[in-house]
Design a protein around this ligand. Structure first.
Ligand SMILES: NC(=O)c1ccc[n+]([C@@H]2O[C@H](COP(=O)([O-])OP(=O)(O)OC[C@H]3O[C@@H](n4cnc5c(N)ncnc54)[C@H](O)[C@@H]3O)[C@@H](O)[C@H]2O)c1
Ligand SMILES: [Fe+2]
Length: 440
């Protein structure tokens, strides 16, 4: 039946992610994990290692720990610290140039999603030197060609608690020409190993914890409510064309729900108190859990609509981000539309929407199933209000006049928008952006 309808779940991808997890009670753990990573590099026979990070992180403890260990164990490496926070095609190309020139045989990415994604792209194109940049970029913006070349090992050391990029086969960038985000999606670019060491998240300032945490929240909510895997179409004629995002399924549901419960319990604590190690460690794990869930099931409208919200940024300079350009942090661009999106999608799986609202703290004892979307939307609004989140798209510089451009930027995001449980027209998208202008 599953074969007839559409597709099987690609089970192996769910277990393809190897990782090492650190715990706070071992005070020497950061060094210990760095040691394991270096032993891994030695085992891989790496002779020329590329260490990637961004300028801000290059001055902070996570990168220092790795640098000290690389020096101590005499590993030959070159550092690239020019990763752009919220990368663009230009910044990807700069990193790719560095990777091609360096002829590296292994990569270590120390940072948030911006660093890990840039490193995935650098590894891919350095391993496929004749490929044109658009060859592997998602269609319809790029050609979406399957990756058939072998890549070099990549060890990902996440320092935010957000993207779960250490677990996924996705690399996102802002395509300057179209002023919209898009990406590369292939199992082939998944990191070989993820090192989940919560000590690395202690230096994150409040708003970075909040915004990256909202990404975890939306990964969990969107993958749990995504179109089920057996309703996706068209069925690929060859498994090599099977998309990375396969629709919600019983296995990704486990990861999504577990991550959502952790977000409900720990996100506020992790934001408000940098000393709350239990909360920071739990969120770091939730990020990886949600990553395994959405990396297989996919995300839908909050993410699809977030790409033009980031790409069309005007002058917004978020607090706590040590960068010299305007940007809408990814997690913020995703979460601002979440109340409107889930009020819209709840028609299809109302019981899942209600369940999510309950996990996030709503009292649903007297809630009617037909109100599921409003219940979840209200719960999210309260959650965001409590955390001092900007009051909708208007607060980050958008107005009604921008809605046509925001809709236009969402239309090419079919890879994710098609995973919305409820199909949407251009008018629906306009209404969702309009409803997200103000939240409270
Ligand atoms: N590949 C995927 O599966 C995936 C999923 C979601 C998002 N993304 C992408 O990831 C990017 C966002 O990544 P992100 O939210 O992890 O943030 P980020 O990598 O953009 O970093 C944000 C800021 O936090 C700083 N920072 C990171 N760790 C820190 C630490 N421990 N201490 C102090 N400062 C720290 C960075 O220097 C930077 O200034 C976006 O481009 C987004 O589109 C990718
Ligand atoms: Fe995300």
């Amino acid at each position: 039946l599953l074969f007839q309808q559409c597709e099987m779940i690609h089970l192996s991808t769910l277990f393809q992610f190897a990782f090492i997890i650190g715990f706070f009670h071992l005070s020497f753990f950061t060094l210990f994990l760095a040691f394991i990573a270096l032993t891994d590099l030695q085992n891989l026979g790496a002779r020329r290692v590329c260490l990637m990070t961004d300028k801000n992180l290059s001055q902070l403890p996570p990168v220092n720990a790795v640098l000290n260990s690389l020096a101590k164990y005499g590993i030959n490496f070159q550092m690239y610290d020019n990763v752009r926070v919220e990368p663009t095609d230009h910044s990807f190309l700069d990193a790719i140039k560095f990777a091609k020139k360096g002829e590296f045989d292994a990569y270590v990415a120390v940072g948030g999603g911006s660093v890990i994604d840039t490193c995935k792209a650098a590894n891919l194109y350095a391993s496929s030197p004749t490929a044109d940049f658009l060859d592997y970029v998602n269609a319809p913006i790029g050609k979406g060609k399957p990756v058939t070349v072998p890549l070099k090992p990549l060890i990902a050391v996440p320092t935010t608690a957000g993207t779960g990029s250490e677990t996924t086969g996705v690399a996102i960038f802002d395509f300057k020409e179209l002023k919209v985000k898009t990406g590369i999606a292939s199992r082939a670019i998944k990191p070989t190993l993820g090192i989940i060491d919560p000590l690395h998240t202690l230096s994150m300032p409040e708003r970075i914890v909040a915004n990256s945490g909202f990404d975890v929240l939306c990964h969990a909510l969107e993958s749990y409510t995504a179109l089920p895997y057996n309703m996706r179409s068209p069925c690929p004629s060859n498994p090599i064309n099977r998309p990375a995002y396969q629709g919600s399924n019983p296995i990704s549901d486990v990861w999504a729900l577990h991550a959502l419960r952790i977000v409900a319990k720990y996100l506020k604590r992790a934001i408000r108190n940098p000393e709350d190690r239990e909360a920071r460690a739990s969120m770091h794990l939730a990020s990886a859990f949600a990553g395994i869930g959405f990396g297989n099931a996919g995300v839908h409208l909050c993410h699809g609509m977030s790409y033009p919200i980031s790409g069309l940024v005007k002058n917004y300079k978020p607090k706590d981000y040590n960068v010299d350009h305007s940007l809408v942090p990814h997690g913020l661009s995703v979460v601002l539309t979440s109340p409107a999106v889930f009020a819209f999608t709840a028609q299809i799986h109302p019981e899942r929407h209600l369940e999510a609202a309950e996990i996030l703290g709503a009292d649903i004892r007297t809630a009617r199933i037909k109100d599921a979307g409003f219940v979840l939307a209200d719960t999210l609004r309260k959650f965001l209000f409590d955390l001092n989140v900007d009051d909708g798209l208007a607060a980050i510089g958008y107005s009604k006049a921008d809605i046509p451009a925001l809709v236009k930027g969402t239309l090419p995001q079919e890879r994710v928008t098609k995973l919305s449980p409820r199909p949407q027209t251009e008018e629906d998208l306009s209404a969702l952006f309009e409803a997200s202008m103000k939240l409270y």
